[in-house]
Design a binder for this molecule. Structure first.
Ligand code: DAH
Length: 333
């Protein structure tokens, strides 16, 4: 007969679930009980068999109870261990991972692209480095024009003379002719991108700034078409901001007639007018450069100074802040 104390001691020593199943296999599976009973009962009288059977029953019940209790204990221990392992300390302050986000100028450019895209315009970007002919001659700026002088333009200085004919585009108008040729007529496209100037930098001038070139070419375009389309565009770009504006005659070699729009900009209680766009009907000389007959085709265009528009919309009193890396400023938008 099995010694109950030894068996209970064995239960007590169980520490893992593997040991639990070993113990179950050894003492509690039916196979063991039947084998034991057979072995011991063979030589017994019927009465002895009866009491022995009862004894076995009691024994196996006691062992079963001790085993079940141990099973519970081990389960609980495993849970505790798991909980300690998965512990979340809710009192710890969360560490914030800095998220990158787009600069105001990039967001403004995307907004402009969305506006024009929805109106059926092609969005172009052109090369940042262009030839002297593209930047000036193609848009009716003769080589003698003051804008071609060094104080405005960043020329490429290269030992290979072929590259000396290149410069950093000073305006997105540099792409007008090539893009009209590319799209054919009628066409409408915009070039919302960066331009470069050899500027003396101040609060309203930076040497890199963003422009939006807007071009429409078709037969019989009039000033009425121009005005209606421009009003729609400006309303969508300005997003109903009540920005006060004024229209002024101005001269650009690539449009005729021409004008400029200034927007009122109030900062620190001081009013200032800033030019935000130049525009009007594309000059016949430019249409001819694009292989179009000015009697047959007409076009209008504007060049919008996006950097200034952003400054006005967000009340930024120095455009250089938009492109320097002062996170205190950039993160405030
Ligand atoms: N390209 C001119 C500049 O940067 C801006 C401009 C004026 C563009 C009139 C135009 C326009 O398309 O019609 O100063």
């Amino acid at each position: 007969m099995i010694d109950l104390n030894i068996v209970l001691q064995e239960v007590d020593n169980i520490a893992t679930s593997e040991q639990l199943s070993d113990f179950f296999e050894k003492y509690l599976s039916k196979r063991w009980m039947i084998a034991e009973l057979y072995k011991e009962m063979k030589a017994m009288s019927p009465d002895e068999k009866k009491t022995f059977g009862q004894e076995i029953q009691r024994l196996s019940q006691t062992v079963q109870e001790a085993f079940s209790k141990k099973q519970e204990d081990i389960k609980k221990q495993q849970w505790d261990k798991q909980l300690m392992h998965d512990l979340v300390d809710v009192s710890i302050l969360p560490t914030s991972t800095p998220q990158g986000y787009s600069n105001l100028l990039v967001r403004a450019r995307r907004h402009v692209e969305d506006v024009f895209h929805a109106m059926g315009y092609a969005i172009e970007c052109g090369h940042h480095m262009v030839t002297v002919e593209e930047n000036f001659e193609s848009v009716n700026i003769p080589a003698t024009h003051p804008a071609t002088e060094m104080h405005d333009t960043l020329y490429i200085d290269h030992h290979d003379t072929q590259w000396r004919n290149y410069l950093m585009r000073t305006h997105t108008s540099a792409h007008q002719v090539a893009l009209i040729k590319k799209h054919g007529t009628p066409c409408k496209f915009v070039v919302p991108w960066k331009v470069y100037r050899n500027e003396k930098m101040d609060a309203s001038h930076d040497c890199v700034f963003w422009q939006v070139e807007w071009v429409v070419i078709d037969r019989g375009l009039s000033i009425a078409h121009f005005k209606a389309e421009m009003d729609n565009i400006l309303e969508a770009i300005l997003e109903n901001e009540s920005i006060e504006s004024r229209l002024r005659p101005w001269y650009f070699p690539f449009v005729e007639p021409w004008f400029e729009i200034d927007a009122k900009y109030t900062f620190k209680n001081k009013d200032k007018w800033l030019e935000i766009l130049g525009a009007w009907m594309i000059h016949p000389a430019v249409l001819k450069q694009a292989w179009l007959d000015p009697h047959e085709r007409s076009g209008f265009a504007f060049g919008l100074w996006l950097t200034r528009l952003v400054a006005i919309k967000y009340w930024i009193d120095d455009v250089r802040l938009l492109t320097n890396a002062d996170l205190r400023f950039l993160q405030s938008f």
